[in-house]
Ligand binder design. Structure first.
Ligand SMILES: [Zn+2]
Length: 425
C-alpha cells in the first residue's frame, strides 16, 4: 500500500507541487507583485489550486450568514440535478449560469476566491452572500474540477492580443447586450480620453478575475461585520428556552448536533467547528463578536445566558493557551479589555462566582517568580476573562482545555454549572 502511495505521489512534478502550495497559501495581491511576473500557464495552475477543496469547510463558513440549512441542501440538489450550466473558471473567478425552475429564470453567478477561501459571491437573482445558485456552482467546482474550463486571469488573457483583436473582441461583446453595455463603455471611454481622470492616474487596470479590489470587503469580513451589529443576535432568536440552554459543555455532543439553536448558540457552534477545521482566524473573530455582544448586554443576562458567556470564556482560554499568531493576540487584548474594565466599575463578584467561574487554570510558574507574575498584565483576578488571561502564561495546553477541544467532559463542569445555576437563580 505504501509503495502504491509513493508511486502515485512521485508522478506530480516539483513544478506542480510548488504551484499547488502557492495556490493554497499566497494571496492574489502578492502574486500580482511578483517580479518577474508569473507566466500565463503558471498562473492558471496556481489559480486552479486556489479554489477551496473542503466542501464542509465552505458550508460551515456559509452558516455564519444565518442562512437556513435548505440553502446548502438546495444548492447541492441543483448541482446533482444538472442545473449548473456554462461553468468556467477565469483566473481567480468562477462564473456559472444556474437554471432556476422556481423563478423561471437563469441565475448568473460569480464567485471570487484565493488561498482556498471564497472571498466574494454574487448572484443575479438573489441578494445574499450565499444562495442555492452560488452553492450549486461551488459544489460543482469542488466535486468536478476537471469538468470546468480554466482560463488565465483577464489581464493575462488580453495581453497577447493585437489591437485589431482587442477591437474585434470589444465590439463582439457589446453586440451581445448593447442595451446594458453601451452606456458603461462610453462612460469609461470619456474617462480614458481625459488624462486628468482618476483611472488614468492609477497604475494598471482593475481585474475582477485576479483578487478583490483594495476597497472591497471579503465574504469573511462581511459576515463578521453582520454578526457585530447589535440586533443580529436579538432579531429572530428562538424563543427563550429558559434555563434549559442547549449550550452546556457537559453535553457538547447534544449541543453540536442540535437543530434548534438560537443565533448566539448557532454562531458559537460555527466558531467551534471552524476551530476544529483549523480555521483559527475566522473562528477567533466569531468568538470575539460573541464576547462583544455579551458585554454590551451584560446587565440584562439571565442565568442560562451567563453560563453561555462563561462557556465563551472557556473557549477564549483554550484559544489563548493553544493557538499562535495575530488572532491569539487580538483575543488576549479583548480578554484584557473586559477584565480591566471591570476594575474601573468596582465590580465585586460573589465569592462563589470568583472561585467557580471557569476551568481552573494555574499560572505556570516555571519562567516567572511570584512577584513578577502577579498582575503582570494589569489583570484583575475578580474580573471576567481572568482565566483566559492566565492561559497566556501556560507552557502547554491544560488538560481541562484539551478535554474541551476533544469533546470530552471534565466531571468538575457538572458541579460548576449546577453551582452557577444555584448562584444566580
Ligand atoms: Zn441566487
Amino acid at each position: 500500500m505504501n509503495e502504491l502511495v509513493r508511486t502515485v505521489s512521485v508522478k506530480k512534478t516539483l513544478y506542480e507541487l510548488a504551484a499547488a502550495k502557492v495556490g493554497q497559501h499566497v494571496c492574489c495581491s502578492t502574486l500580482q507583485k511578483t517580479n518577474p511576473p508569473l507566466d500565463e500557464k503558471t498562473l492558471r495552475v496556481v489559480a486552479y489550486n486556489a479554489f477551496p477543496r473542503d466542501e464542509e469547510h465552505v458550508r460551515v463558513i456559509s452558516e455564519l450568514s444565518d442562512n437556513r440549512p435548505e440553502y446548502w441542501n438546495g444548492g447541492k440538489h441543483l448541482f446533482k440535478d444538472g442545473y449548473v450550466k456554462r461553468i468556467k473558471q477565469i483566473g481567480f473567478l468562477l462564473a456559472a449560469v444556474v437554471e432556476d425552475n422556481c423563478h423561471g429564470k437563469s441565475a448568473s453567478v460569480t464567485v471570487a476566491f484565493e488561498k482556498q477561501r471564497i472571498t466574494s459571491t454574487h448572484c443575479s437573482l438573489c441578494n445574499y452572500l450565499w444562495c442555492t445558485h452560488i452553492v450549486a456552482a461551488i459544489v460543482y467546482r469542488i466535486r468536478k474540477p476537471s469538468k470546468v474550463l480554466h482560463h488565465s486571469p483577464l489581464t493575462d488573457a488580453l495581453l497577447p492580443l493585437t489591437k485589431e483583436q482587442l477591437q474585434q473582441l470589444l465590439q463582439f461583446t457589446i453586440t451581445r447586450n448593447p442595451g446594458q453595455l453601451l452606456c458603461h463603455v462610453f462612460e469609461d471611454l470619456d474617462k480614458v480620453r481625459n488624462r486628468s481622470e482618476s483611472i488614468n492616474l492609477t497604475q494598471g487596470y482593475p481585474d475582477p478575475t485576479f483578487g478583490l479590489h483594495s476597497d472591497e470587503e471579503s465574504t469573511d469580513q462581511l459576515s463578521i461585520k453582520r454578526i457585530g451589529r447589535l440586533p443580529f443576535f436579538q432579531d429572530r432568536d428562538l424563543p427563550s428556552n429558559g434555563n434549559k440552554t442547549c449550550c452546556s459543555l457537559t453535553d457538547q455532543d447534544a449541543f453540536m448536533s442540535s437543530r434548534y439553536l438560537s443565533r448566539k448558540e448557532k454562531c458559537m457552534k460555527t466558531a467551534i467547528e471552524l476551530l476544529r477545521k483549523g480555521d483559527i482566524n475566522l473562528s477567533g473573530e466569531v468568538f470575539i463578536q460573541l464576547a462583544h455582544y455579551f458585554f454590551r448586554v451584560q446587565d440584562q443576562l439571565n442565568t442560562s445566558e451567563r453560563i453561555f458567556m462563561l462557556n465563551i470564556e472557556r473557549w477564549f482560554s483554550l484559544f489563548i493557551a493553544s493557538c499562535k499568531g495575530p488572532i491569539r493576540e487580538k483575543m488576549l487584548s479583548v480578554a484584557l479589555k473586559y477584565n480591566r474594565n471591570f476594575v474601573e466599575k468596582n465590580y465585586t463578584p460573589h465569592e462563589g462566582e470568583m472561585t467557580m467561574r471557569s476551568i481552573k487554570l494555574k499560572k505556570d510558574r516555571t519562567d516567572y517568580n511570584d512577584n513578577v507574575i502577579n498582575n503582570v498584565m494589569g489583570e484583575n483576578r475578580f474580573g471576567p476573562f481572568y482565566e483566559a488571561i492566565l492561559a497566556h502564561f501556560q507552557n502547554s495546553i491544560p488538560e481541562a482545555l484539551q478535554l474541551l477541544y476533544d469533546k470530552f467532559t471534565d466531571n468538575s463542569l457538572h458541579l460548576f454549572e449546577t453551582h452557577m445555576k444555584n448562584l444566580w437563580t
